[in-house]
Design a protein around this ligand. Structure first.
Ligand SMILES: [Cu+2]
Length: 565
């Protein structure tokens, strides 16, 4: 009896401890100059125990950066670690030099100060280290924070946006702790889950009205399959890089590592109630880390963690009184997205493989590993490309592209689910010959030195080389093997005053036209109106000689040679 009493008391004590923990909301930073100090510290994640962590402006995680579209910001990152780091602004549309990838290291004691114009749509982004072979180490120890971009289109909608009240950022992270409650720098066998840096099971107070949760899977390896108790319906309004056309109703939402979603939850009839945000690992598709993994035939790698293929509570929601001016309903429509056209796009294939084929740790992109000094390919600025991502491995891989959003054309040859139809920067490529087609176009930044990255966002895979890099080359200059070329036909040729060209494309469009002399210099560059497949180039000013002409129209490169008399 005494023993039973002790158990009851200790269970109560555990309940009280959990009930007292509320989900912390990160502080915010706003304005045009942001100061981030990345530093080591300790955090009390387990009661009475100190865990060594890394954070920005604190011991763990970091402040939420609130950015306004169209404004120019400077972010000073002061590295107070005794190690090199970088900070990648995950999802933001930036020049390669500002992107914070592995080529922009911040040495210990140094400050990096990228300055850029915010060009992104209102959505939820994040920042985290991206030093090659150190990304896992620094992210799992706690280095990451939210970025919220606001813009006029989002501001004109009747949506919850009072930070920390009816608009709450929530980062969910699988982690591995050792017996002394220290974070282990590996992610194959995660044994705990944190929500905004505290153990799962903590409480979030929300008002009885429509609320917005900004969900980020900030894990290094595993997926989440979110849902609420009683199968409560919720609506996704934004994906990685912007609002969707309309809210998408759902009861479950899978997020890959690095992926974000904004969801609305109508709590207006739930005053005084408690509900649960839960993870449904048993319902993850086969081969998605966190769910059931493939059985390794004769394999020696045990990749299952203690919480894999299980369901558990992530967070309690306590519904309190509504706030004044509460949002009472969910708008039926949001914005109008215009996906990139894939007409005339160059096709590029990226294939994910494992060696040996059943390996769950050793992955390749196009049969190669990331090399700091190897540029894998060049992309022409302004030219659309369709990338076909094929996964020949036994597990799902979340593909992440730097510097720009992309649009998903198909997943396993089918139209993507409605919640994937907005701007994306992370997309899951399903296992066992899964295929995803995306369309990308880099319109704004070119750089002949600093590349953009593409990689798997499972951080042990990334650190182990499941990554590549590409340069964005200026439109038309140099030679590009990656554009389909069509011959420009000229007449008269030789020409004296006016050169007329003819192409097969009959649409009415403006094209970018360049004339290059025998020395490779661009001697004429202008926008040309192409009408019914024809256009005029004034060549009177050119000195007599032989010239190459190049034209980019609807993502397709045209080239030809003419003689000026
Ligand atoms: Cu991977």
């Amino acid at each position: 009896m005494k023993k039973l009493f002790c158990i009851v008391v200790s269970l109560l004590a555990v309940q009280i401890v959990f009930a007292q923990i509320t989900v912390p909301i990160p502080a915010t930073l706003e304005g045009s100059i942001f100061n981030l100090k990345v530093q080591k510290g300790t955090s009390e994640i387990f009661p009475g125990q100190r865990t060594n962590t890394i954070g920005y402006n604190g011991a763990q995680l970091g402040p939420t950066l609130i950015l306004q579209k169209g404004e120019t910001v400077t972010i000073n990152v002061d590295n107070q670690l005794d190690d090199t780091t970088t900070v990648h602004w995950h999802g933001l549309h930036l020049s390669p030099a500002n992107d914070g990838g592995p080529h922009t290291p911040i040495m210990a004691g140094n400050t990096w100060s990228p300055s850029f114009k915010v060009m992104d749509q209102a959505s939820t982004y994040w920042y985290h280290p991206h030093l090659h072979r150190k990304t896992l180490n620094q992210v799992v120890k706690g280095a990451s924070g939210f970025i919220i971009v606001r813009d006029p289109a989002e501001a004109s909608l009747n949506l919850p946006r009072t930070y920390g009240v009816d608009d709450v950022p929530l980062v969910f992270q699988w982690k591995t702790f050792d017996e002394s409650k220290q974070i282990v720098e590996m992610d194959e066998v995660d044994n705990e889950v944190l929500v905004n840096g505290v153990l799962k099971g903590a409480t979030l107070n929300l008002p009885a009205q429509v609320v917005r949760l900004r969900l980020l899977n900030g894990s290094s390896h595993r997926y989440f399959n979110f849902g609420f108790s009683n199968n409560l319906e919720f609506k996704q309004i934004a994906g990685d890089g912007g609002l969707l056309d309309a809210p998408v109703a759902m009861t479950k939402l899978i997020l890959a590592p690095g992926e974000r979603a904004e969801v609305l939850l109508d709590l207006s009839k739930s005053l005084g109630q408690k509900l649960l945000l839960q993870h449904f690992g048993t319902e993850l598709p086969m081969g998605y880390p966190g769910g059931m993994m493939m059985m390794m035939m004769g394999g020696t790698e045990n990749m299952m963690g203690p919480l894999d293929d299980t369901d558990f509570d992530l967070m309690q929601i306590q519904v309190l009184a509504p706030t004044p001016n509460a949002i009472g309903s969910i708008p039926p429509a949001l914005i109008t997205n215009t996906p990139l056209s894939s007409n005339g796009a160059f096709n590029r294939d990226l294939t994910m493989t494992a060696r040996p084929q059943m390996s769950m740790t050793n992955f390749f992109l196009n049969e190669s590993k990331f090399e700091m000094n190897t540029i894998n390919f060049k992309v022409s600025k302004g030219a659309a490309e369709v990338w076909t991502l094929t996964n020949q491995t036994m597990m799902a891989h979340p593909f992440h592209l730097h510097g720009n959003s992309f649009w998903v054309i198909s997943v396993n040859n089918r139209k993507p689910a409605a919640n994937l139809l907005g701007r994306k920067d992370v997309i899951t490529v399903p296992p066992i010959n899964g295929a995803v087609k995306i369309v990308v176009r880099y319109d704004d930044f070119s750089d002949s030195v600093t590349p953009y990255m593409y990689h798997c966002h499972i951080l042990s895979h990334e650190d182990n080389g499941m990554m590549g890099q590409f340069l964005v080359a200026p439109l038309l200059s140099g030679t590009h093997d990656n554009l389909s070329k069509e011959k420009l036909k000229f007449y008269p040729n030789p020409a004296d005053k006016m050169l007329v060209f003819e192409i097969s494309e009959k649409s009415l469009e403006k094209a970018k036209f360049q004339v290059i002399d025998v020395m490779g210099r661009v001697v004429l560059e202008q926008q040309i109106q192409v009408i019914n497949g024809q256009g005029n180039i004034p060549v009177e000013q050119l000195t007599p000689g032989t010239y190459t002409a190049k034209m980019l129209l609807l993502g397709k490169l045209y080239a030809g040679v003419f003689i000026k008399q």
